[in-house]
Design a protein around this ligand. Sequence first.
Ligand code: 13P
Length: 340
Amino acid sequence: MTDYSQQLKQTAKAMVAQGKGILAIDESFPTIEKRFKTIGIDSSEENRRAYRDLLITAPGCEEFISGMILFDETMRQSSSDGTPFPKALIERGIMPGIKVDKGAKDLAGHPDEKVTEGLDDLRDRLAEYRDLGAKFAKWRAVITIGDGIPSEGCIHANTHALARYAALCQEAGIVPMVEPEVLMDADNTIDVCYDVTEKTLTHLFSELNNQGVSIEHTILKINMVISGKQCPQQAGVDEVAEKTVKCLLATVPPSLPGIVFLSGGQSPQLATEHLNAMNASNPNLPWPLSFSYGRALQEPCLKAWEGKENNVESARNALLHREKCNSLACTGKYSSDMEE
Ligand code: 13P
């Protein structure tokens, strides 16, 4: 069997290089349709291609972005000049990543809980993605907070699947970005989010260990420890930063090469402020803390674009601005003055 350890090590390190993060543009068909609806355009194949072209070939983003997570369709599409998207990224020193899970489905016997599917044929799919240029892969598990949930069964099923996916990725020379997302849509307090995130991460690292996954060749993508959206008491920026870092220090091995956050429905500016606060107050953490945002990087860009060719330049400026702000937040050097 090929020994990919040097390659995996280099990829993981490059993903979280100082001042760089990941742009997540791997929306599935139903999700991109939902996003396009907000600007009143159809989710046609050409609209999806044109939008991803705008994001992928935006000049200057290589300064702030180490990798982009693509959806299967995007991996096989090309920019307007005919360059396949993975090639267009690699030429500018940006690593192509791929979403390999097949979505969160209802977990049998567990009302209101989900389990992520996609392990069947994953070995073959990973080999194909590697040939198409993928350097890392993402799998998102969803943990829902509610009355009496998450259950042990849900956390176990999801972390077990994440570990099996991660082992297959490493076997294929692809860095796994393991993403257990504790959703922020409920009315729970920040302390409940802390407990659920802590429990999920504890289970995750135990499962990764059981499956022989090399932690040194794995990137964690995680939610921040944050108040539920419907909770009347919203924790402030400093509390979110402090509790998130405390939870990570309690659960994540120091040998992990890096942690990136999802934005999960936070506003673009708040997602930047939270990341900045964590890095500003904790300059000596065992791992870099960076970003892998979807909505928090794309929202202003999508709004500026409106599906119109004439708006591409202003849309790219909006994207670049968010990328730059989050890049600065990776070293605690962002200030809200930059939003003017
Ligand atoms: P958001 O930042 O929009 O939560 O998306 C990131 C992502 O890739 C979720 O899987």
